[in-house]
Design a protein around this ligand. Sequence first.
Ligand code: FAD
Ligand code: SF4
Length: 483
Amino acid sequence: MSKKHVFQFLDLPRQMPQRIPLELRTAGDWGELYGRFGREEAQYQAGRCLDCGNPYCSWKCPVHNAIPQWLQLVQENRIEEAAALCHSTNPLPEVCGRVCPQDRLCEGACTLEPFGAVTIGAVEKFITDTALANGWRPDLSDVVPTGKRVAVIGAGPAGLGCADRLARAGVQAVVFDRYEQIGGLLQFGIPSFKLDKSVIARRREVLEGMGVAFCLGVEIGRDVTLPQLLDEYDAVFVGTGAYRYTDGGLAGQDLDGVLPALPFLVQNGRIVGGNDPWGRPIAGWEDRIQLPDLAGLRVVVLGGGDTGMDCVRSAIRLGAARVTCAYRRDEANMPGSAREVANAREEGVRFLFNRQPLAIEGDADGKVVGVRVVETRLGEPDEHGRQRAEPVEGSESLLEADVVIIAFGFSPSVPRWLAEAGVEATPNGRVVAGGDERLPYQTTHPKLFAGGDCVRGADLVVTAVAEGRDAAASIAHWLRIPG
Ligand code: FAD
Ligand code: SF4
């Protein structure tokens, strides 16, 4: 690489890795949209970092990655050291590099943003993928076993983040999940065009190499009770996610052709996922189930968040003739990542903003025919500071559809077994963890800690990872393990 000069960022434009050509995506290719940087490309992009002295990128990153430092290591081709540094703050760097909404986080805060932010996420993916492919693994040779054992309920990003840090503290982490695969929504929600499932299989191998044990296909409260775990382990971490549908309460939502978002995405994940990093099928994926056949159909997706974007882009890959996303506010207020919206638009998705669904309509046979919507205008802010969508009188119309997918989002609900243990929850179902005189992430039961979507409400992979990581530090402190 030529020597860096201070205006290098002007000579070298921001570039993302190459994407799968549009014609393949719209013809049903489910591969990860973005490819990988080669070494030179990663070095050039890393070399755009100004090392500005105020690393807003690190502050905006929920795990506070040492971004300028690992960008420097990439420039010097010290990839394994960069990987170790990435892992020192982030237990799942290759996952976050792929799925974080970087435009709202690290890259949105980059000083170079007006000229094109440094492609931080893509470099993070490059570092971890390269190091792991070359056989690099986290070095736990200095870790002294403490003899302590902690049960982790949920193998999603929160549970995995917690297990990683417990292993580094010399604690035996045993992770329970009701499914046969690890990853939670990484495995069963996020489609493979954003996150190839082999990435999760490789992370499992890494964690097992660190001494983390998995008990999969085991549901707490059904196969094993919480009192059993509390008896057997020194502490328990709860990372059970948020799976209660936000119900729009729309008339007609039981009609034939109306699908809830998550089962729709799970079906697609099952059919296209399922190879480990060496191309072998992952056990448990053999029971492939029938994909919904959308060929030639008109699909309407209700909701403008990440889940909605995953649904519209999955429908395109399933051959739908027309895919429309209807959202009740304007584009600027849409919760979905701007990058995902742009990708969806490029793949042919039509967006109808300022449309509020009133009811789903069907024919005499109970089959959906469309969604009755009303136009909206933005009014006064609600209790969260977001402008309310107010219906415009006389603007109702029917949006014709053969399939309607409801993607209004999710919220947590406290399982009965957790409530029975005396764990306090908020009225909207979030586990109360931390604050007051308690340790961060400790619940109202001293031996139980919690983090991720079950505490925050449905949020992001990286925030769940951050909470799992920090809950492990709290657990270690509570167990009086020297830091
Ligand atoms: P989860 O990932 O939900 O994991 C919880 C785990 O707990 C599950 O595996 C579940 O099986 C297990 N579990 C629950 N109860 C029990 C029990 N009783 N016994 C045993 N196991 C149990 N975030 C992003 O940052 N970027 C994205 O692009 C993105 N896309 C998304 C797309 C979709 C469709 C959805 C639904 C979410 C998306 N998110 C995205 C959000 C992100 O996936 C979640 O915020 C994150 O997975 C939360 O992690 P978690 O560990 O708290 O919960
Ligand atoms: Fe950016 Fe997410 Fe990586 Fe943090 S973890 S640097 S927010 S991509």
